[in-house]
Write a protein that binds this ligand. Structure first.
Ligand code: HEM
Length: 396
């Protein structure tokens, strides 16, 4: 039981069961209706399903700590200790600054032309082809053409990046069969990161080289350099692939919203925010409670774990008008699809650059999308598609 000053509602759901992964939104609604904090008995964590409390927890990173708490199992929490993602406070700020310079809007600006040209080439070929898989042929092709070069990693190993990333996201869940089955692939990515550091095979101008430079300056040790490599290998590809495919799926189901984009491409940045709000790729991560704290009159004891539910918060009826509706004109600046606060997504500028470029290239060429026979991925953290068979009807 909990040591709450007011009773904390308890829910029996396994949010990591296949059925809940495939159809999460009914569960999220029930949890939000139960209260601002709900104890998930199956996982031994306090869930924050509503917007206000999730955002507040993300802002209060003194109380809600990443080290030892982002994953729902101790095995993986221990493995990733020392990374940017699994560190806190000054140490987190120090680690984030090592690579941060490469990800600022100013640093990304010179890439814009190249990214737009890549998007244009990928989209032109697919529209000519007519039918394609929006996961493999569009989103992965685009992201793989941009991100590995941006990270500055060698060609060898790039073919595994997507599978490695998916495996690591699985490992962030509870230690269920899916997480256990993913541990070997997660180790393969760790071995690749170790080789990057050992062989110093990172290219001179990428994010990975910033890590080697920090190693040379003595700012990080060898093991921490490996962790910093993994910090970027895991979240930099599949997340963007997922956001982009979610966009195609939503525009196929809402042709009126696609018409608005085609008429006014200036809506694209807001439209992509709306995609991340409604079909949030990263469903949830954990936090460790550093000291006894109260949320909505419930006392969360020091040492307990909290689940920050980005995807549920983004559909909270208390925060959003018509939350289930896809509305590209909505003011969705406050969405939590990139997280929020100290650990808010470090790569969001790059993700926006890539996705906006693809949507703009599509808006110039495609009148509407038809999607048939899509298949969802079953992953502990990501809400993604395995395949999204798409027909692009060319603009007249
Ligand atoms: C649409 C694409 C993306 C989505 C939806 C996304 C989502 C997120 C979310 C929700 C978090 C915060 C996790 C938390 O607070 O617990 C996060 C953190 C992070 N993301 Fe992204 N991400 C995307 C793209 C990228 C890209 C392209 C990169 C790298 C180039 C990246 C690198 C990172 C890193 C390094 C962190 C950890 C930041 C920290 O702990 O300080 N992400 N991302």
């Amino acid at each position: 039981m909990t040591s709450a000053t007011a009773p904390v509602p308890v829910d029996e759901v396994d949010l990591y069961a296949e059925s809940a992964i495939l159809e999460p939104y009914g569960h999220y609604r029930r949890l939000r209706d139960l209260g601002p904090v709900v104890y998930l008995k199956r996982h031994g964590v306090y869930a924050l399903p509503r917007y206000e409390e999730t955002r507040a927890a993300l802002t209060d990173d003194d109380t809600f700590r990443n080290a030892g708490g982002v994953s729902l199992n101790d095995h993986y929490n221990n493995l990733i200790l020392g990374s940017t993602f699994a560190s806190d406070g000054d140490e987190h700020a120090r680690l984030r600054a090592i690579t941060g310079g490469r990800l600022t809007p100013r640093a990304l600006r010179p890439m814009r032309g190249r990214v737009e040209a890549t998007a244009d080439a990928v989209v032109e070929a697919l529209v000519e082809q007519g039918s394609f898989d929006a996961v493999g042929d569009l989103a992965r092709a685009m992201v793989l053409a941009v991100v590995p070069d941006f990270l500055g990693i060698p060609d060898d190993g790039r073919e595994h990046l997507i599978d490695w990333a998916a495996a690591n996201f699985n490992c962030h869940g509870p230690l269920n069969d899916r997480a256990r089955a993913s541990l070997p692939l997660s180790s393969a990515m760790a071995a690749y990161a170790e080789r990057l550091v050992e062989e110093r095979s990172a290219r001179p101008d990428g994010v990975a080289h910033c890590v080697l430079d920090a190693l040379d300056r003595g700012e990080v040790g060898r093991d921490q350099a490996v962790s910093l490599m993994i910090d970027y290998l895991v979240p930099s590809l599949d997340t963007t692939v997922t956001g982009l495919t979610a966009a195609i799926d939503l525009f196929a189901r809402h042709p009126d919203q696609w018409d608005l984009i085609r008429q006014d491409p200036a809506l694209i940045p807001g439209a992509f925010r709306e995609v991340l709000r409604l079909e949030t790729p990263v469903r949830a991560f954990g936090r460790r409670v550093a000291r006894d704290t109260e949320i909505g009159r419930a006392c969360l004891p020091a040492g307990s774990q909290v689940l920050v539910m980005f995807a549920s918060a983004n559909r909270d009826e208390r925060a959003w008008d018509r939350p289930e509706e896809f509305d590209v004109c909505r003011e969705s600046l406050g969405h939590l699809g990139f997280g929020y606060g100290a650990h808010g997504c470090a790569g969001q500028g790059l993700a926006r650059l890539e996705t906006h470029a693809v949507l703009a290239a599509l808006a110039r060429r495609v009148a509407r999308f038809e999607v048939r026979g899509s298949r969802r991925t079953v992953n502990n953290v990501m809400r993604a598609f395995d395949s999204l068979p798409t027909r692009a009807v060319p603009a007249g």
